[in-house]
Design a protein around this ligand. Structure first.
Ligand code: SF4
Length: 261
């Protein structure tokens, strides 16, 4: 992993995500190295030739968040990295941002896959309007080890439980939702005592990640290859239309709060 400290003016940017005003990304790149990563376009924007997941730029700045520009807004941490990636243990950028934010009246949404978030429980408990989402796309350790690095499924389940036990509003982001492989009912079953809401995000593929995932499915789950080709090469959206209805019915029957993106 090539880790570089870079000087920047700020770590926030305006968001194009619906319902989010600003995003905070303290790192460029992501050691989680998910094969499907939708954020890998960042390497081109930031002139990186390396493979996604093999570099990390650590944004060094003395930028301070100001009350006037924050209050009443919704912030997401993070959209193109994992703010609790393993290097956060050393650099503490996320931790220092949280320290700046605890007295402000705004909404913060944190999305992560890593148990390192538990280090900051004392700070998280002081946030006025916080939602944490832990991402889980599968309960199969094999699939997880094949397509992501870091944090095991057991770690994520324990993290959800511990956040909940500490009074932190925690949800599960079933993202990405892999056709035929993501058993969302089992994920809900495992977490429903702790999660206040579920976010579903269907797998989107383009460029390098499309080639990698289709090859992975062909090599490991060949029985689904034609279905994947139908969705991702022929752009047939029938499967997701059907799944959307199924998820809506399932969650509404169980009175589970959910959003599908
Ligand atoms: S954790 Fe998110 S940003 Fe990091 S590699 Fe995975 S999908 Fe990309």
């Amino acid at each position: 992993m090539e880790v570089k400290e870079i000087l920047v003016n700020r770590f926030i940017s305006k968001s194009e995500i619906e319902g989010i005003d600003f995003v905070i990304n303290s790192y460029v790149g992501c050691p989680n190295a998910c094969k499907y990563c939708y954020a890998s376009f960042m390497k081109n924007l930031k002139s990186h030739d390396e493979k996604w997941g093999t570099f990390l730029d650590v944004k060094m700045t003395d930028y301070k968040l100001r009350k006037r520009s924050i209050e009443g807004k919704t912030y997401l941490m993070s959209s193109t990295t994992d703010c609790y990636n393993i290097y956060e243990e050393k650099y503490e950028l996320t931790r220092n941002i949280l320290k700046q934010l605890i007295n402000f009246d705004f909404k913060l949404i944190i999305e992560t896959k890593n148990a390192l978030i538990l280090r900051d429980i004392n700070l998280l408990k002081q946030m006025k309007n916080l939602e944490v989402f832990i991402s889980i796309s599968t309960l199969s350790e094999k699939i997880l080890n094949d397509i992501e690095k870091e944090s095991s499924i057991e770690n994520r389940l324990q993290t959800i439980k511990k956040l909940h036990e500490n009074g932190i509003k925690v949800g599960v982001s079933i993202a990405p939702f892999f056709p035929f492989l993501t058993d969302y009912k089992k994920i809900i079953e495992e977490t429903k005592d702790y999660a206040f809401e579920y976010h579903f995000e269907f797998l989107k593929l383009k460029g390098e990640s499309k080639r990698e995932i289709l090859k992975y499915i062909g090599d490991n789950y060949n029985e689904y290859y034609l279905e994947y080709a139908n969705i991702y090469l022929l752009n047939n959206d029938e499967y997701y239309k059907k799944m959307r209805l199924e998820i809506e019915n399932y969650c509404e029957n169980l009175k589970i709060s959910y959003k599908i993106f």
